[in-house]
Design a protein around this ligand. Structure first.
Ligand SMILES: Cc1cc2nc3c(=O)[nH]c(=O)nc-3n(C[C@H](O)[C@H](O)[C@H](O)COP(=O)(O)O)c2cc1C
Length: 382
């Protein structure tokens, strides 16, 4: 399963096309829209998210609530586009609109115009904007629907915003309801309170703020991914997918960077036989991955998000027209988007896992995948 997206932040719509989707996967409109709504929410978001009411129009690949094996095309409209018709007119005149000439440090603005020869930073920022991630979340819902049929759930929570942190938590200790009911997606209400205060403080100072989130997946069989070739390694595929989310600057699995300071016996997960004879692990420091494959324990991916680049008290830049020092451009912006980024990363993880299941079980038809999964489980006694 793969996807591509198109669309600009203030254009008419975002689009995703998901290819290599098996036939027979049940899909409900509300499943896609629920993920889109979660991406829109979160304490610290800017005014744009109040304008949008994201919903995905399914344009192809689904009939009567099931995928039919053809590419799934999804369209998420931009309500705000009505206010930007002249600025984003495909055939209008550049003379009629004000150019953005003060590239923002930390965004795609400067490398983007150097790369493309654009005279207006807007040519770059419209696509580099994380509004694009709405299309990714819609695409991820297709993967999530397949995974649900295979007994896999993917979820996330926010571990840190600024200096407010829960510390590392195991998936088993994180209640889905506690995260779902919290506007910073934090399972600990006392820490959530401090997170909101950190966001308020950043907003008052004209600043932005980042954090850390965790994506976990439960119900995975061992052996997804591969040790045989670099391109098969699931850790590499997951890392690339999560770091592809804008503003994600670090990713680790399980104890990750912490492992570097420890002895081998403090890091590796001993193999034990559980009551029903299944080979499990006494601990899950590896975050469910060994040798580029799942090992049957919960997948635990932790990611660091940098603070949002657009600042209401802007950093210095150089104006591209005058060549003089200037304040960096100010677009309407989030102060903190860590909870939303976590939802986008869930979608990315779901797409990688769905693809890895197809590698193992076949790509064409859910019924065949189910049969192959049952045979695989029977063979490995899982
Ligand atoms: C969900 C989400 C929302 C974001 N919102 C904003 C925003 O409102 N303003 C902004 O400047 N950057 C925002 N960003 C971050 C930028 O998109 C990102 O920093 C930029 O594309 C440059 O990419 P890089 O940080 O990976 O280098 C957001 C990122 C995500 C994942």
């Amino acid at each position: 399963m793969r996807y591509t997206t198109a669309g600009e932040s203030h254009g008419k719509a975002l689009m995703a096309i998901v290819t290599d989707v098996p036939a027979g996967v049940p899909l409900r409109q509300r499943d896609i829209d629920a993920d889109l709504r979660r991406r829109q929410q979160g304490y610290g978001r800017g005014g744009r998210m109040l304008i949008e009411a994201d919903t995905a129009q399914v344009l192809s690949g689904v009939r009567f609530g099931r995928t039919i094996g053809s590419p799934v095309a999804l369209l998420v409209g931009n309500e705000d586009a009505a206010n930007w018709a002249e600025v984003m007119d495909p055939f209008g005149s550049a003379e009629a609109v004000a150019r953005v000439t003060a590239p923002r440090p930390g965004h795609a603005d400067l490398p983007g115009i150097l790369k493309t020869g654009a005279q207006d930073v807007r040519d770059v920022l419209e696509r580099a904007s994380a509004r694009e991630t709405a299309a990714r979340v819609a695409a991820g819902a297709i993967a999530r629907a397949l995974l649900a049929e295979l007994g896999v759930t993917v979820r996330s929570w926010v571990e840190r915003i600024g200096d407010a942190s829960t510390g590392p938590l195991a998936p088993a200790d994180v209640a889905r309801s506690a995260v779902g009911g919290c506007d910073v997606s934090c399972p600990d209400e006392a820490v959530a309170h401090r997170m909101r205060a950190a966001i308020d403080d950043a907003r008052e100072r004209g600043e932005s703020i980042g954090g850390v989130f965790v994506v976990s997946a439960e119900g995975l069989v061992p052996g997804l991914g591969g040790y045989e070739e670099a391109a098969l390694r699931l850790d590499a595929r997951l890392a690339a997918a999560v770091v592809s989310v804008p503003a994600i600057k670090g990713v680790e699995f399980g104890d990750g960077f912490g492992c570097a300071a420890l002895s081998g016996s403090e890091v590796h997960d001993e193999i034990v036989r559980d009551a029903s004879g299944v080979l499990r692990r006494a601990t899950n420091r590896a975050g469910g991955l060994e040798g580029g494959m799942t090992n049957g324990e919960a997948l635990v991916v932790r990611a660091a998000m940098k603070p949002i680049p657009t600042l209401m008290r802007p950093l210095s830049t150089v104006d591209l027209v005058t060549g003089q020092r200037a304040d960096a451009a100010k677009e309407r912006s989030d102060v903190c988007a860590v909870p939303a980024a976590a939802v986008v990363a869930e979608a990315e993880v779901a797409l990688v896992l769905a693809d890895a299941y197809q590698d193992l079980l076949g790509r064409a038809f859910l019924g065949d995948m189910r049969a192959a999964l049952a045979a695989y489980r029977a063979r490995i006694g899982w």
